[in-house]
Design a protein around this ligand. Structure first.
Ligand code: AHR
Length: 332
């Protein structure tokens, strides 16, 4: 056999092995389902990555709820890369899944691949984050938090805190999430709008921490070098970056929660424990538990039923204004 033919045969064997592996993965996904009569729904889910406790909790919830609803989940983790998400969606289209769901890492750049899904007749659910597009009908709905409202709740807490402490000038540094992502844009806008009419409030700088703990620490080192004693408040767009920033604040000789007001978003267990210790002042909740709504929506889409275009879970604020010992276990 010539080298060319040998190469072709090898490639074919690899493809066949890949196909068998995928089928057995599907089979594995359905095993042990709690559902008595399983649906034949196949859901392709592209997750952003594993950047935070929130994201890991969200993945766990999606997997558990798929199992509970007897849905075959084809799950792909994009490891923080948009191109990996696009490739995953293309694989879902090639496999002819029934429904595609994904959490877009950023808002732009989805038109081509979503047009391919639409042309293939596969409905798409946006989970957690939104996209920005001029095209109509690329997605069916969005299931995720109201990030703008979260920013507003963070700003409103700060105004109450400044009142309680009798502050007449408040210097804020903001550590933002991934640039061009929905939570980054909306948490920034909601917070800015909430404090806009309070002349005490002054944002010294907003810096991109990419939702990562390591970046939170780096940003904090830079901000302390740059502004030092002038910093009154840190508004951080997620717990992970907050938890990265706190040790840097302590190393620089400040007591977080006392010398500097700390406001975070997510409400994962680790941050809530630190809130209870008094080193964080306020945590706005963002629940990762979106799986139930995703599965119910996927089933409706498969059945050709109408779905809600926008589903926001209700969310709370945890802060030093309350008895924090009463906050129940968070589960993420
Ligand atoms: O999109 C939700 C955000 O993404 C969470 O606040 C953050 O922790 C996660 O990485």
């Amino acid at each position: 056999m010539g080298n060319h033919k040998k190469g072709l045969l090898k490639r074919y064997i690899c493809m066949a092995a890949g196909f068998v592996l995928s089928l057995s993965l599907f089979a594995g996904c359905t095993k042990g389902s709690n559902q008595e009569s399983e649906t034949s729904l196949i859901l392709g889910f592209s997750q952003i990555g594993s950047e935070s406790a929130w994201r890991i909790g969200n993945t766990k919830d999606i997997e558990e709820q798929a199992e509970k609803y007897g849905i075959n989940l084809m799950f792909e983790n994009a490891n923080q890369k948009q191109e990996n998400q696009i490739a995953a969606i293309r694989r879902f289209i090639a496999y002819k899944v029934d429904v595609i769901a994904f959490s877009p890492i950023v808002e732009d750049g989805w038109d081509n691949v979503l047009t391919e899904a639409k042309d293939a007749g596969i409905p798409v659910i946006l989970v957690d984050r939104d996209i920005s597009t001029e095209k109509e009908g690329l997605t069916t709905c969005l299931i995720g938090a109201d990030f703008y409202r979260e920013g507003v709740m963070a700003g409103e807490y700060l105004i109450r805190k400044a009142d309680a402490l009798g502050l007449d000038h408040v210097n804020i540094v903001e550590i933002t999430g991934t640039e061009n992502s929905t939570p980054m844009r909306q948490r920034q806008a909601g917070f800015a709008d909430a404090i806009a009419n309070d002349s005490r409030m002054n944002i010294l700088e907003s810096i991109d921490g990419d939702f990562l703990k390591s970046r939170g620490a780096e940003c904090m080192r830079y901000l302390l070098d740059e502004y030092g004693d002038d910093i009154d408040v840190i508004y951080s767009h997620n717990d992970e970056m907050t938890l990265g920033a706190l040790p840097e604040i302590e190393k620089a000789g400040y007591a977080p929660g006392k010398d500097i007001i700390i406001i975070s978003i997510d409400g994962g267990q680790e941050a809530i424990d630190v809130l209870k210790e008094g080193k964080i002042n306020c945590v706005v909740e963002c629940t990762p538990k979106l799986g139930k709504e995703v599965m119910e929506t996927a089933l409706k889409l498969k059945a050709g039923e109408a779905v809600e275009p926008l589903i926001h879970p209700s969310e709370l604020v945890f802060s030093d204004e309350m008895d924090t010992s009463k906050i129940p276990e968070r589960g993420y």
